[in-house]
Structure formats: structure tokens, C-alpha cells
Write a protein that binds this ligand. Structure first.
Ligand code: HEC
Ligand code: HEC
Ligand code: HEC
Ligand code: HEC
Ligand code: HEC
Ligand code: HEC
Ligand code: HEC
Ligand code: HEC
Ligand code: HEC
Ligand code: HEC
Length: 270
């Protein structure tokens, strides 16, 4: 009985998409290893249930000495349909439920573009670290070779230290002041008695281009004064803060607590 339930899960998809497939597995999963030896050995480490829970009943396939037409091949389904197959079991995890609305889902990137259900570089990943993402996101990956870039090797798993690949909607961190960045830079996120308003509204990437930039401290502008004057024009800063006076200097020479302060409303000290 234990084997029947998962078999029905994947065959549901097939019933919709193509010809009906008998829902009863008549062979033992261990029989598959006779011919798919290498794959079965890697598969053992995954903790995934038997082969037929995803490939459907294998008896006809085996009777024909391994006819690929007689077995479910998830890679021939649409990304959506094959991912739905995965979600019949993984829906229980709240996060993967969100995957149905996720940016990758909507862009027709399926679970198996990133995961290999039989085992891979890191148990079930197609690749490790940033390499998993870089192939599809070459523009972003290139920013990491700019003169300055956010260190990734030091911070753990690469892109996923900031992005959740399963998340729904906009999975950018940092649109608002930021739990993601605060995991590591908690002294910058506050809360502060005197917060820099812009940070509360638009988050860290108002001033930082975190993937990589030419500016020091990954600032979006190469010259800090230009960054500050892009919002604090003449007449907003006190008269003695003239552009001429500070050109080439750093405003943060005095406004040291630029991210926020508990003692100074002008961010003059921590
Ligand atoms: C969790 C679902 C799942 C389970 C369990 C599973 N597979 Fe697969 N299998 C897939 C998916 C998805 C693909 C297509 C993507 C890929 O190539 O990784 C696939 C592809 C294949 C392929 C063709 C591509 C290749 O990698 O050679 C073979 C053969 C195969 N599976 C055999 C097996 C055998 C044998 C078992 C049990 C030892 C098994 N599968 C268990 C989901 C699964
Ligand atoms: C008698 C040997 C044999 C047995 C037993 C066997 N297969 Fe196969 N299988 C083959 C051959 C041969 C192919 C076609 C060549 C290839 O793709 O490896 C194949 C192909 C497949 C494919 C499609 C591969 C592709 O290219 O997409 C899947 C999936 C698959 N087998 C799964 C299974 C599962 C699951 C079982 C156990 C229920 C099983 N096989 C048992 C011999 C066998
Ligand atoms: C029949 C149920 C079932 C199906 C279908 C299924 N899985 Fe799984 N999956 C499991 C179980 C059980 C585990 C191991 C227990 C665990 O770690 O949650 C697991 C573990 C995983 C893990 C590793 C979890 C970890 O914490 O390391 C990944 C990744 C994964 N599955 C991806 C997939 C993908 C991709 C598919 C579709 C191709 C898929 N699964 C289809 C039941 C399933
Ligand atoms: C864009 C790439 C990508 C896609 C698409 C993707 N995943 Fe993942 N998945 C990952 C990465 C990377 C991790 C490891 C996360 C980490 O280390 O924090 C992961 C982890 C997991 C895990 C184990 C950890 C956990 O969160 O429970 C499961 C299970 C899983 N994914 C299932 C799925 C399923 C099911 C789908 C399709 C609905 C899917 N994934 C789609 C990249 C992806
Ligand atoms: C198979 C290709 C593929 C892989 C692998 C992939 N992505 Fe994507 N990703 C896309 C597509 C397509 C989109 C849709 C928007 C676009 O074209 O940028 C997208 C969108 C995104 C977005 C939102 C972009 C925006 O403009 O709102 C982020 C963030 C993202 N991916 C991060 C990741 C991360 C992190 C990984 C690795 C864990 C990853 N992606 C792996 C194809 C991929
Ligand atoms: C230090 C945290 C961090 C790391 C590490 C990171 N990102 Fe991002 N990413 C962000 C932030 C913040 C944004 C939002 C930028 C904005 O709003 O202007 C973003 C935006 C994106 C976008 C959408 C906008 C764009 O620039 O195209 C994609 C796609 C993306 N990241 C992919 C990746 C990939 C792929 C990697 C790994 C090679 C990665 N990110 C590593 C923080 C990070
Ligand atoms: C209003 C613009 C602005 C915003 C918004 C902003 N920063 Fe900064 N950040 C700066 C400036 C300017 C510097 C350079 C300070 C200096 O010259 O010493 C800096 C420096 C840094 C540094 C490196 C210097 C250090 O003290 O360690 C980190 C890390 C940092 N910011 C993280 C963040 C995080 C995380 C956020 C979001 C919570 C954020 N920043 C939001 C302007 C900003
Ligand atoms: C997993 C931990 C981690 C996360 C998450 C993280 N960072 Fe970092 N970040 C680091 C480390 C480590 C460094 C290098 C050491 C340093 O300068 O603080 C760094 C460096 C920086 C720098 C450059 C500092 C300099 O002086 O040049 C900025 C700016 C920055 N991070 C902003 C961000 C922002 C914004 C986010 C959220 C989108 C973020 N970081 C998320 C760990 C992290
Ligand atoms: C994206 C726009 C933006 C950028 C860039 C920016 N700020 Fe601000 N800043 C604001 C806003 C909005 C406020 C709160 C409104 C106000 O009081 O004027 C503020 C408040 C301040 C205050 C406190 C003013 C007061 O009256 O309480 C100081 C000081 C300040 N910013 C300095 C800087 C410096 C120095 C930089 C460059 C490192 C900078 N800001 C960059 C938008 C910005
Ligand atoms: C020599 C130290 C010093 C430097 C450098 C400096 N400031 Fe200030 N700033 C102050 C002091 C002190 C105040 C408190 C108000 C006052 O004295 O008028 C202040 C106040 C401000 C205010 C709040 C004005 C108000 O009345 O609400 C803004 C905005 C500001 N500075 C922006 C900047 C910008 C942008 C730069 C770089 C172009 C900069 N500051 C460079 C010392 C400095």
C-alpha cells in the first residue's frame, strides 16, 4: 500500500497531459538498479522514496527491455507540470508552496533546473554556490568581478545568502530596511531613535549596489558627495555645507553614523 500512494501522485499529471498510465506498480523499485546501476547508487544518498514514485509504474518499461516511451520522463513535461509533481510531496513545506507564485515559477524555471532528484554536487543540487545561478544570470554574475564586490565566498552559500530562490513575488532583499542584510550587518539596520528616513523607505540598495560597483563601500556613486547631494540639494543642507567646500571630501567625516543614531539627529555620532 505504501507504494501505491506516491505512484498515483505523478500519474495524475500524466492523465491530464497524455495517455493514461496504469497506476499500480507491479515491480519492486530495487529492480530498476539492475539496469540503472550508477544512477541508483547516487540516488541512495538522497532520502527520496522509490523510483516509481516519480517515474510511475515500471512494469511495461521493463517488459520491453527498457523502452523509454513506456515510463514517465519528467524532463519531457512542461516546467510547470514537472514542478507540480515535486510539489505533491513538497507542498507541506510552507516555503515551497510559495514556489507556485515564485518569480522562477512564473518565468518557467522548474525545480529540476536547479535540483537533480537523483543526487548531484551537493546531494540534490545541479551545481554549488553561485555557479548554480550564474549561468542564467550572467549580467549579475559579472558584477561580482567589478573592482569592488560583495564578498560571497566569505559569507556562505553564495547568492542564496541574500536571495531565496523559492520565494514568491519580488524576491529581492532590501526594498525596505532589511532583515536580510541585518543578519550580518545588524549594526546598520537599527532600529535607531534617529533613523535615516530613506533607509526605512527604500532600503539599503538606495545607496549600495551590493553585487558590485566601482564606488568605495559598494556605493552607487563613485564620489560620496554626489550621492548625498542627489537628495540633499543646496538649500536643504545648512548654508556652510556648500558643494565647493566638500567636493572630494566625505560627508561621513562628520556624519559618521550615516545609517542611524541613538544620540544625534544629524547622525554626527553612533
Ligand atoms: C523525486 C523524483 C524522482 C525519483 C524518486 C527518481 N527520479 Fe529519475 N528522474 C526524475 C526527474 C525529474 C528526471 C529528469 C531530470 C534529470 O535528468 O535529473 C529523471 C530522470 C531519470 C532518467 C533519465 C536521465 C538520467 O539522469 O539518466 C533515468 C534513467 C531515471 N530518472 C531513473 C531513475 C531511477 C532508476 C530511479 C530510482 C533509483 C529514479 N529515477 C528515481 C525524478 C525522479
Ligand atoms: C531491463 C533493463 C531495465 C530495467 C530493469 C529498467 N530500465 Fe529503465 N531503461 C532501460 C534502457 C535500456 C533505457 C533506455 C536507454 C537509457 O536512456 O538509459 C531505459 C530508460 C529509462 C528512462 C528514460 C531515460 C531518458 O533518457 O529519459 C527512465 C526514466 C527509466 N529507464 C527508469 C526506470 C525505472 C524507474 C525502472 C524501474 C521501475 C527501470 N527504468 C528499470 C533499461 C531498464
Ligand atoms: C513521493 C514524494 C516526493 C516527491 C514526488 C519528490 N520528493 Fe523530494 N523529498 C521527498 C522526501 C521524503 C525527502 C527526504 C526527506 C526530507 O529531507 O524532507 C525529499 C528531499 C528532497 C530534497 C532535499 C531536502 C533537504 O533538506 O536536503 C530536495 C532538494 C528535493 N527533495 C527535491 C525534489 C524535487 C526537485 C522533486 C521533483 C523532481 C521532488 N523532490 C519530488 C519526497 C518527495
Ligand atoms: C532557482 C533555483 C531553484 C529552484 C527553481 C528551486 N530550488 Fe529548491 N533549492 C535551491 C537552493 C539553492 C536550495 C538550497 C537553499 C539553501 O541552501 O538555503 C534549495 C533547497 C531546497 C530544498 C531543501 C531545503 C528546504 O528549503 O527545505 C527543497 C526540499 C527544495 N529546494 C525543493 C524545491 C522544489 C520542490 C522546487 C520546485 C517547486 C524547487 N526547490 C525549486 C534552488 C532552487
Ligand atoms: C534556468 C535558469 C535560471 C537559474 C538556474 C536561476 N534563475 Fe533566477 N531567474 C531566471 C529567470 C528566467 C528569471 C525571470 C526574470 C529575469 O529574466 O531575470 C529569474 C529571476 C530571478 C530574480 C528576480 C529578478 C528580477 O528582476 O526581479 C532573482 C533575484 C533571481 N532570479 C535569483 C536567482 C538565484 C539566486 C539563483 C540561484 C539559486 C537563480 N536565480 C537561478 C532564471 C534562472
Ligand atoms: C549581499 C546580498 C546579495 C548577494 C550575495 C546577491 N544579491 Fe542579487 N540582489 C541583492 C539586492 C539587494 C538586490 C536588489 C537591487 C536593487 O533593488 O536595485 C538584488 C537584485 C538581484 C536581481 C534583480 C536585479 C538585477 O540586478 O538584475 C537578480 C537577478 C539577482 N540579484 C541575482 C543574484 C545572483 C545570481 C547572485 C549570485 C551570483 C546574487 N544576486 C547575489 C542582493 C544580493
Ligand atoms: C543614505 C545612504 C545609505 C544607505 C541607505 C545605507 N548606507 Fe551603508 N553606507 C553609506 C555610506 C555613505 C557608507 C560609507 C561610510 C564611510 O565613508 O565610512 C556606507 C558604508 C556601509 C558599510 C561599510 C562600512 C562600515 O561601516 O562597515 C556597510 C557594511 C554598509 N554601509 C551596510 C549598509 C546596510 C546593511 C544598509 C541597509 C540597512 C545600508 N548600508 C544603507 C550609505 C548608506
Ligand atoms: C551572510 C552575511 C552577509 C549578508 C547577508 C550581507 N552581507 Fe554585506 N558583507 C558581509 C561581509 C562578511 C562583508 C565583508 C566585510 C565587511 O566589510 O564588513 C560584507 C561587505 C559589505 C559591504 C562593503 C563594505 C565595505 O566597506 O566595502 C556593503 C556595503 C555590504 N556588505 C552591504 C550589504 C547589504 C546592503 C546587504 C543586504 C542586501 C548585505 N551586505 C548582506 C556579509 C554579509
Ligand atoms: C535617497 C535620498 C537620500 C540620500 C542619497 C541621502 N539622504 Fe540624507 N536624508 C534623506 C531623507 C529623506 C532624510 C529625512 C528628511 C529630512 O529631514 O530632510 C534625510 C536625513 C538626513 C540627515 C538628518 C537631517 C535632519 O534634519 O534631521 C542628515 C544629516 C543626512 N540625511 C545626511 C546625509 C548624507 C551625509 C548623505 C550621503 C552619505 C545622505 N544623507 C544621503 C534622504 C537621503
Ligand atoms: C565638518 C563636519 C561636517 C561635514 C563634512 C558635513 N556636515 Fe552636514 N552637518 C554638520 C553639522 C555639525 C550639522 C548640524 C547642523 C548645523 O550645524 O547646522 C550638519 C547638518 C546637516 C544636515 C541637516 C540640516 C538641517 O538643518 O536639517 C544635512 C542634511 C547635512 N548636514 C548634510 C551634509 C552633506 C550632504 C554633507 C556632504 C556634502 C555634509 N553634511 C558634510 C557637520 C558636517
Amino acid at each position: 500500500m505504501r507504494r501505491l500512494i506516491p505512484c498515483m501522485l505523478f500519474s495524475c499529471i500524466i492523465l491530464v497531459g497524455a495517455a493514461a498510465i496504469p497506476a499500480v506498480a507491479e515491480v519492486d523499485d530495487s529492480d530498476c538498479a539492475m539496469c540503472h546501476e550508477e544512477l541508483a547508487a547516487a540516488f541512495e544518498k538522497t532520502g527520496h522514496p522509490g523510483c516509481q514514485s516519480c517515474h510511475g509504474p515500471g512494469d511495461a518499461h521493463m517488459d520491453e527491455g527498457g523502452d523509454p516511451e513506456q515510463i514517465i520522463r519528467p524532463q519531457t513535461l512542461s516546467p510547470e507540470a514537472s514542478s507540480d509533481g515535486c510539489l505533491t510531496c513538497h507542498d507541506r513545506q510552507e516555503n515551497h508552496f510559495a514556489a507556485r507564485q515564485g518569480i522562477h515559477r512564473l518565468a518557467e524555471v522548474g525545480c529540476i533546473d536547479c535540483h537533480t532528484p537523483h543526487g548531484g554536487a551537493d546531494v540534490m543540487m545541479r551545481d554549488q554556490g553561485a555557479a548554480l545561478c550564474s549561468g542564467c544570470h550572467q549580467g549579475v554574475a559579472a558584477r561580482f568581478s567589478m573592482p569592488r564586490s560583495h564578498p560571497m565566498a566569505e559569507t556562505g552559500p553564495g547568492c542564496v545568502s541574500c536571495h531565496d530562490p523559492h520565494a514568491s513575488g519580488n524576491n529581492h532583499p532590501s526594498r525596505t530596511a532589511d532583515e536580510v542584510c541585518g543578519r550580518c550587518h545588524f549594526e546598520k539596520t537599527g532600529p535607531f531613535l534617529y533613523a535615516h528616513d530613506t533607509m526605512l523607505v527604500d532600503g539599503c540598495s538606495t545607496c549600495h549596489e551590493v553585487h558590485g560597483s566601482t564606488g568605495r563601500h559598494l556605493l552607487v556613486q563613485e564620489t560620496q558627495v554626489n550621492l548625498c547631494y542627489s537628495c540633499h540639494g543646496a538649500g536643504v543642507t545648512p548654508g556652510w555645507h556648500s558643494a565647493q567646500r566638500f567636493l572630494g571630501e566625505k560627508c561621513t567625516a562628520c556624519h559618521t553614523a550615516i545609517h542611524g543614531s541613538n544620540t544625534s539627529q544629524f547622525f554626527l555620532e553612533e
